[in-house]
Design a protein around this ligand. Structure first.
Ligand code: HQG
Length: 181
């Protein structure tokens, strides 16, 4: 598959595995998994003709490792980023001292009022590296990186999770724990 095709299928998978499984007649179980065979059949009805080999290629080459198969490849899911409600079975772990959140300068006034909110996602997304935070923030406009005092939050009882592809997740970051540059 060429780069363009990989990207097209990956975007489509993000849409159906995170947000709108109904739109192609598939359903996700409580942990976000769906049948690989049914997914391929339903994709084919939408003109997205990919075989198992093609799907494996998309999963393996995805730049952020957004998707996973189970062991025998009979099920597939998105690793994070869902808007549909489900339980990905993350267990809470202790975060590093500081995690980063990249956002756009136009959101700062509002973030100063309410802290970081999860909006349409299940969690607020944080990164262990500033480079990642920068990429995330740039998607929204002129980027600004906020330092989040994760360890302090953890000590105060806030829960942190890490997704299979290394994204740090938490429910809400109150302003007290954010450094605004
Ligand atoms: C902002 C990508 C105003 C928040 C990335 C962000 C990430 C507020 C935007 C993943 C706010 C939500 C998530 C407040 C938060 N007032 N704005 N109180 N609180 N915001 O896309 O973190 O490509 O839902 O700063 O790699 O940008 O999808 O979240 O700018 O891991 O795999 O509201 O998306 O991964 O935007 O990105 P998003 P995000 P994928």
């Amino acid at each position: 598959m060429n780069e363009k095709e990989l990207k097209r299928i990956s975007k489509f998978l993000s849409y159906v595995l995170r947000h709108q499984p109904d739109s192609i007649g598939i359903s996700l179980n409580e942990q976000g998994w769906t049948s690989t065979t049914t997914l391929l059949e339903q994709m084919s009805l939408q003109g997205k003709k990919v075989n198992l080999e093609g799907l494996k290629e998309v999963v393996e080459k995805n730049n952020k490792q957004r998707f996973s198969f189970n062991e025998d490849l009979s099920m597939i899911r998105a690793n994070q980023g869902h808007s549909v409600s489900l339980d990905l079975g993350y267990s809470a772990i202790e975060p590093p001292g500081v995690l980063y959140h990249g956002t756009a300068t136009r959101f700062i006034d509002s973030i100063q009022k309410t802290g970081l909110e999860k909006r349409n996602r299940h969690h607020v997304h944080l990164s262990a590296e500033t480079a990642t935070a920068k990429n995330v923030g740039q998607r929204h406009g002129k980027v600004i990186i906020l330092d989040v005092h994760a360890k302090e939050m953890h000590e105060a009882g806030y829960k942190f999770f890490i997704s299979e592809n290394g994204v740090w997740l938490t429910d809400h970051v109150p302003t007290d724990y954010i450094d605004f540059p």
